[in-house]
Design a protein. Sequence first.
Length: 248
Amino acid sequence: MRNFLIKRLLQTHTSLQYAKQQPHNLKGKSKSSQDWLTRQLADPYVEKARMLNFRCRSAFKLLEIDDKYKILKPGDAVLDCGAAPGSWSQVAVERTNATGNIEKAPVGAVFSIDRLHFHAVPGATIFGGMDFTKPASQQRLREALGDRPVNCVLSDMAPNATGIRMLDQENIINLCYVVLRFAISMSAPHANLVVKVWDNGDVPKLERDILRFYEKVKRVKPRASRSDSAEHFLVARSFKGTQKESST
Ligand SMILES: C[S@@+](CC[C@H](N)C(=O)[O-])C[C@H]1O[C@@H](n2cnc3c(N)ncnc32)[C@H](O)[C@@H]1O
C-alpha cells in the first residue's frame, strides 16, 4: 500500500526532484527525501491537490486567502511571481476566468514567472527560466502586459535558503520589496498584493511600507501553510496609487 501511495505521489506534478530544488524553511527539521515523502504521505492537502488536479498543495493557501479577502475576480489581470510548478496560477486562471469558461463574465489574464522552467498552465502566459529580480525579466513582463494594468500581484517566491537565518530573512524581505516596487509601478487603482514572508523582525517595517500604498494589509497564515514553517503572507488590498505618496 505504501509503495502504491509513493508511486501515486511521484506521479503528481510536484515531483521529488522539484521538491529537492526547494529547501523549505522549516524550523530545525531534516530536509531529506525520506522525510519529505513521509510528510507528503501524511498530508491531507497533498491528496486533495492530486484529486482536484492542482500541481501542488500550495493551491489551498491561495484559495483560502481569496475566499476570505476576495482578491481575485473575473476579468482581472494577475501577475504570479515564483509560479512554478503552477498551482497558484491554476487558481488565478480559474478565479479570473482567464480561459473564458464562465460565460458572460469578463475574461482575465494571468502572467506567471519563475526562474525555473515549468509546464504551461492553460490560460496563463508563462515566463519560465526568468529571474523576477532582473530588470530584463521585468521589461518582458511590461511588454506582455502592454497597457493593461495589473489587478493583483502574487508572490510565493522564496530565496534559496543559505542556512544562515538572518541572511535568509533579509533575502526574502528584499524579494518582497522588488515585488512591491513592480506592483506600485504596474497596478490598477484598488489592486491587491500578496507576498510571502518569513517570521522576522523586518516584517513590521515592510507592512508599514506597504500601507503607504494600499488601504489595508493583513498578516495571514492559511491553514494549508504547514505549522512548522515560518512562512506567512501579507495580504494588501486596494492600491491607493502613488499620488498621495508623492504629495506628502
Ligand atoms: C514555493 S514555490 C511557488 C509555488 C507556487 N506558488 C505554486 O503554487 O505552484 C517558490 C518559487 O519561487 C521561485 N523563485 C524564487 N526566487 C525567484 C526569483 N528571483 N525569480 C523567479 N522565481 C523565483 C522558485 O523557483 C520557486 O519555484
